[in-house]
Ligand binder design. Structure first.
Ligand SMILES: NC(=O)c1ccc[n+]([C@@H]2O[C@H](COP(=O)([O-])OP(=O)(O)OC[C@H]3O[C@@H](n4cnc5c(N)ncnc54)[C@H](OP(=O)(O)O)[C@@H]3O)[C@@H](O)[C@H]2O)c1
Length: 343
């Protein structure tokens, strides 16, 4: 670190810069003084990200489709050297038509392609941090009593093909993460790997977002509630009853870079349990102007015997002190109303 201006001489490549989680990872990296290059799928998206931070604070590189062979090669050839790479880019949405093209290829080939590019063209990279997911941890058909980093989702490629709506995203995350660990094990590159297995993420939306429809998937339930779409009844909370604030997720990514012993580890990053009723109650109680958009008599469907989780590794190694559900929901609502006052 250069002590006079708080800047580090270290450079980070952040993939998927237009994304919800990436926007917070970017802020966290910049606050920590890193020089950052983000990837985006188009010039327009790259410019939007650059305009969301101070002028000339970041560079961007266009990577149209991470599933393509050698998709990241030009980024290393033109923008290197990098000290760290943070890989957040991966599809996450609900309406799946083609599980292979839309989910499995971008997640798996995107990850292995990036690993190959770093190995071939990024000799200065010391660590790769991958945003995996609780989708690579949870086994909703047969929950253990307590989840931690030793747990792996059993979802297969075939599961994704046979039941895309249920399994395409899950399979994309677990198979991409497994491929990354296998690559490191087999190829023994000169960088190590740390993985953030965050659960369902709430939190403030990006500072620039084209529309409410463009909002990231995991904040949809909050958006829908404040738009009055759930006035007549909340959706079931299942299958995921755990959540985490995006700022904690971003900090976990930063610490996965800066804490030497984070290398070689998965981190199950989870802040607590939640239900849709708890979210609705927080909004109704703390934002009275939205109260009549929420159902009055919702039932709390958080099961009494809901699976438990152990997040001690993320607390101890990464130093995460988790945000409360109330703060996360209220900050999310505030960020949506600030950008879209007519929501
Ligand atoms: N949000 C959650 O609850 C949650 C929980 C656990 C893990 N995660 C993981 O966190 C990461 C980011 O998720 P997010 O919630 O921030 O979602 P997001 O806002 O939808 O961000 C996804 C990012 O990936 C990019 N991307 C997707 N497919 C791509 C492709 N084929 N080629 C190039 N770029 C591609 C997107 O680009 P465009 O913007 O151009 O589409 C976007 O930048 C993902 O790996 C996701 O699996 C999310």
């Amino acid at each position: 670190m250069n002590k006079s201006n708080g800047q580090r001489n270290e450079r980070v490549l952040l993939t998927g810069g237009s994304g919800f989680i990436a926007s917070h990872v970017l802020d966290t990296l910049l606050d920590a003084g890193f020089q950052v290059v983000v990837t985006a799928r188009s010039d327009e998206k790259g410019r939007t990200i650059a305009e969301s931070v101070k002028p000339h604070q970041i560079c961007y590189a266009v990577v149209e489709d991470i599933a393509k062979d050698g998709a990241f090669d030009h980024v290393f050839q033109i923008q290197a050297p990098f000290d760290y790479v943070v890989h957040t880019a991966s599809p996450y949405y609900l309406n799946v038509q083609d599980p292979v093209k839309e989910f499995l290829d971008p997640a798996i080939k995107g990850t292995t392609g990036l690993l190959r590019s770093i190995k071939a063209h990024g000799p200065t990279v010391k660590r790769l941090v991958i945003t995996s997911s609780s989708a690579a941890v949870l086994n909703p058909d047969n929950h253990p009593k307590v989840y931690d980093e030793t747990c792996w989702a059993p979802t297969t490629y075939e599961d994704a093909i046979n039941h895309p709506a249920k399994n395409a995203y899950k399979a994309s995350k677990v198979l991409a993460e497994k491929a990354a660990w296998e690559f490191v094990e087999n190829e023994k590159p000169n960088f190590d790997l740390a993985v953030i297995n965050c659960t369902y993420v709430f939190g403030p939306i990006q500072r620039k977002l084209a529309s409410l429809e463009a909002m990231n998937t995991s904040n949809h339930r909050i958006r829908d509630m404040i738009q009055g779409e759930k006035r007549d009844g909340l959706d079931p909370t299942a299958p995921v009853f755990t959540w985490v604030d995006v700022r904690d997720v971003a900090l976990a990514h930063l610490r996965a870079i800066t804490v030497p012993k984070a290398g070689g580890n998965r981190f199950y990053v989870v802040g607590g349990h939640f239900s849709n009723k708890q979210i609705a109650d927080i909004i109704r109680e703390k934002v009275p102007s939205l109260a009549d958009r929420l159902p009055a008599d919702a039932v709390d469907d958080l099961p009494d015997d809901v699976f438990s989780f152990n997040n001690s590794k993320s607390r101890q190694v990464l130093g995460i002190d988790y945000t409360s559900l109330e703060k996360s929901i209220l900050d999310t609502v505030g960020s949506i109303l600030a950008l879209f006052p007519d929501a």
